[in-house]
Design a protein around this ligand. Structure first.
Ligand SMILES: C[S@@+](CC[C@H](N)C(=O)[O-])C[C@H]1O[C@@H](n2cnc3c(N)ncnc32)[C@H](O)[C@@H]1O
Length: 217
């Protein structure tokens, strides 16, 4: 009993700390001086731009860019670097983030086909209406195992059966992930990520329309 109580207390402390870091991270990183390419507080602008360029090259190759994508959900859209990318290729893009500060920055993109919504990825107010469900570097911010599962399930649920599914996340134990080690240890995160990769493969089978990108850095 004692051990369990200690674990719960530790977890509560961890969550408080993670919330504080979230707030500080958003305020310091996105006060306007940074570009919308910014990805995290733990990386330099050069690294951000490198990652941004490399990821977009890969995603462009995967998607047939000659064909317009119908509707896209950008879950955990942050400052909107992917929302902008998809707005040029899709009819409608919905950027979802739980942070109002992030959404405020994302909205400066001024794309007519972009819509933004404050919501947690764990409860998405949509039916299966998206041709592409996309989530980049956001699952790694979810600490609770049950929330992690809920977010993955919700992303699956809101994707049309003919739709595509792309998740970019970190699956290697590297210095980049140390920025998030207070939320989950790298080992925990990688384990959860790989577990859900298996779940996704189960749900979507190996249909070529569904793509999972694991980013190894
Ligand atoms: C590291 S940023 C990544 C932003 C963007 N996807 C990118 O790749 O540049 C993570 C974003 O996920 C958001 N986020 C974290 N947990 C979330 C949740 N449960 N629901 C919605 N957004 C969440 C954060 O507010 C933050 O904007």
């Amino acid at each position: 009993m004692q051990g369990l109580r200690e674990k719960i207390e530790q977890k509560t402390e961890l969550e408080k700390l993670a919330k504080k870091i979230d707030e500080e991270y958003i305020i310091q990183r996105f006060r306007g001086e940074r570009t919308r390419v910014s990805i995290s507080s733990g990386s330099s602008q050069i690294l951000d731009e490198y990652i941004d360029k490399r990821q977009k090259e890969v995603v462009s190759k995967i998607l047939n860019t000659n064909e317009q994508i119908g509707t896209v959900i950008d879950a955990g859209c942050g400052a909107g670097r992917w929302t902008d990318f998809f707005c040029k290729r899709a009819k409608e893009v919905v950027g979802v983030d739980k942070s109002l500060d992030m959404l405020r920055i994302a909205k400066t993109g001024k794309r007519r086909n972009a819509h933004f919504l404050r919501s947690s990825m764990t409860i998405l107010p949509f039916n299966n209406s998206f041709d592409l469900s996309f989530c980049s570097f956001s699952l790694l911010l979810i600490i609770r195992e049950s929330d992690f599962s809920k977010a993955v399930s919700e992303l699956i649920r809101v994707t049309k059966s003919s739709g595509k599914f792309i998740i970019i996340d970190i699956t290697a134990k590297t210095p980049l992930i140390t920025a998030w080690t207070l939320r989950r240890t790298p080992n925990q995160h990688i384990k959860a990520f790989l577990l859900h990769e298996a779940v996704l493969k189960d749900v979507f089978g190996y249909r070529s329309t569904h793509t999972w990108i694991s980013v190894y850095m």
